[in-house]
Design a protein around this ligand. Sequence first.
Ligand code: FE2
Length: 363
Amino acid sequence: MRLVGLDQINGTEVLGKPIYDIDGRRLLNSGVSLRPAIIQKLYEKGISSIYIDDDISEGIEVNSLLREETKNHAKLIVREEMHRLSHKSTLDYSRLAGVVDSILEEILSRKIEMINVKDVRMQDEQTFAHCVNVCVMSIALSARLSLTVQKVKSIALGALLHDIGKALLPPSLLNKTDALTESEMTEMKKHPIIGYNLLKDNADTPATTKVAVLMHHEHVNGTGYPMNLTSDKIHYSARILTVCDEFDTAINDKKNENVLRTTDAVEYLIGASGHIFDKSIAEEFIKMIPIYNEGSIVLLSNGIIAIVVKNNPVNLTRPIVRAFYNPKTKTKYSKVHIIDLRTELSIKILRELKVNVNEMIDS
Ligand SMILES: [Fe+2]
């Protein structure tokens, strides 16, 4: 299985993972042939990438931290609660806490070494999918930082609720596709305070959760908002959240434009750590991000094109890969051509390729 852009499909592939609509209904089953009519339907839903099974990716598994059912349920509850908030100005806090409990139970029941951070999203579920993804990442990161389960839970809740204040902003502002004007930007920047005010008098919400929502856009160099706080004035829960929030936005862009490759997003984190992000938190986060996701197509330094089979948690730039094509000699390799970059130190990955593999081999 591998994740590809819809523009990289040539019709011989089958769907690798089922696709659900925003209400959790299964739109397409895995194993469905990706005929042009189906691709068109996916485009219409605002989906730009999907998991496929094809010859090249045979035998490769892509694991995410959360089961699809749990993820769908979480998205649904976040959507319903944001909707309720914008219409009636009330929030059923216990439902959201229940979502966090089910996510926590699933994630913390196993050892987390890496987080697969790419997500397949429909246009109309971007906001909720983002909240759930930030929640999953912040749990993994908080657990890695050896925080107590209670603290992890408070931060996870903050992650799920971090943009809740946006529910009270005008929809025209949230849905605007052009760049925001200065006054619109000022309005938008109120969402952490609005979110905090919604939660501050709720006795069931932990203080850590409230402060995480309030401070999730603060930067350690003082350039963030709403209070321009610096370094240790920013609560650690918010420093964790900022890293996860910005990373998810970088790799799963709202309008499916300007999506960074994982390598570029990690480079951004490294460059901004100590300025925007807490350095030690960003460093720990980067250790959990597979630079090359399993199933990615990569160009090796010996000119051969390979697919990433299995990541190596100790060194994320040197996974096990399977060579399949040499464009210079036009040689195709059989599936036994495995290269373990942990031991094959004379070869390295130059970069990830976003290409239509079949077209490349046939040309
Ligand atoms: Fe935000």
